[in-house]
Design a protein around this ligand. Structure first.
Ligand SMILES: NC(=O)c1ccc[n+]([C@@H]2O[C@H](COP(=O)([O-])OP(=O)(O)OC[C@H]3O[C@@H](n4cnc5c(N)ncnc54)[C@H](O)[C@@H]3O)[C@@H](O)[C@H]2O)c1
Length: 305
């Protein structure tokens, strides 16, 4: 399996004089966001400094936005996992340019091909991450698909494929994460579920998807209990309607559907992928260190009406 490790080698920006008490945690974030000598106006526990991150479905959409949020929050190393090697590599290269343009040096990136529905493929990807970085601290299972068929019309092979990716893929990703995290002392796993784990979307029919996301949400809670005393936290993040390739494909021939979704969302709009950045960094970082088995919904209020 071919992959590429990228390390930004641009000239380090002139160091600012730091007056922060937690230098390792705060330096990177400080350099990026502050042009004065004031300490960063954020809790140090929200930083991803020193952390090795892995994101499945990281080449595109929400997964890619999670990668950006981790880079902006100072992660040390990042593994972008996706179905095709070319897309994983391209995303890793784009993220390294993004880091460089933000003055964040010394961040390492690797793009790895992996089909999360295959346990063997997931194990191979983690083996590569461990060989390259030696540890993994924060994992996000974002790879997933959606399809709209009525229950009577849904082809059996497609139903099975959807569960293989959305449910078994999340399980293999989490299990392999825990296998590697427990010997190193712990870590944080975030399974991307959906508001569809809690409500039934209308008008489009998507019963297997909704059921798959309810399974992912409950999987996160179940695994959280299994691994709570071993230092591994597992939470789920449930977005509402977000503008990504996944939803754009559904909406491309149906602008009325977008209006319907917006009218059903109290905030009156679809989410931009970066609307999830705060929640993902919270869950993946030490800011949420006493939180496990929980779900965070970020849906513009959809589920409350
Ligand atoms: N976009 C939304 O409105 C929305 C809302 C709620 C939940 N979600 C969930 O968020 C996650 C990401 O969705 P998105 O909108 O970014 O989708 P997307 O289609 O834009 O991106 C999904 C990524 O997953 C990858 N992928 C698909 N199958 C894979 C496999 N078998 N192995 C490895 N990678 C695979 C794709 O190549 C792609 O890069 C999904 O789990 C989705 O169900 C999305």
């Amino acid at each position: 399996m071919a992959s590429r490790l990228l390390q930004i080698s641009k000239t380090r920006p002139q160091a600012l004089s730091l007056r922060v008490s937690s230098p390792v945690v705060s330096k990177v974030v400080y350099r990026r966001f502050n042009s004065t000598n004031a300490p960063p106006r954020t809790l140090p526990s929200f930083s991803m400094a020193g952390k090795v991150c892995l994101v499945t479905g990281g080449a595109r959409g929400l997964g890619n936005e999670f990668c950006r949020a981790f880079v902006q929050s100072g992660c040390t190393s990042l593994a972008v996992i996706d179905l095709k090697q070319s897309e994983a590599t391209n995303a890793a290269e784009e993220l390294s340019s993004f880091a460089a343009s933000n003055g964040l040096n010394d961040v390492k990136f690797i793009g790895i091909e992996c089909d999360v529905s295959s346990e063997q493929s997931v194990q191979k990807a983690y083996a590569e991450v461990m060989e390259t970085y030696g540890r993994v601290d924060s994992v996000v299972a974002s790879a997933g698909i959606v399809e709209n068929y009525s229950a009577f019309d849904y082809p059996v092979d497609r139903i099975k494929r959807l569960y293989d990716i959305n449910v078994h893929g999340a399980f293999f990703t989490a299990r392999e994460a825990a296998r590697n995290m427990i010997p190193q002392g712990g870590g944080s796993i975030v399974l991307v579920a959906s508001m569809s784990a809690n409500i039934i979307n209308i008008p489009q029919p998507q019963t297997p998807y909704n059921a798959s996301k309810a399974a992912v949400k409950h999987m996160a809670a179940s695994l959280a209990v299994e691994w709570a005393k071993k230092g591994v936290r597992v939470n789920s993040l449930s977005p509402g309607y977000m503008l990504t390739k996944l939803t754009k494909t559904i909406l491309q021939n149906d602008q009325e559907l977008k209006k319907t979704w917006e009218s059903l969302t109290p905030m009156g709009r679809m989410g931009e992928p970066d609307d999830l950045s705060g929640a993902i960094v919270f869950l993946a970082s030490d800011a949420s260190k006493f939180m496990t088995g929980s779900e965070i919904r970020v849906d513009g209020g959809y589920c409350i009406i």
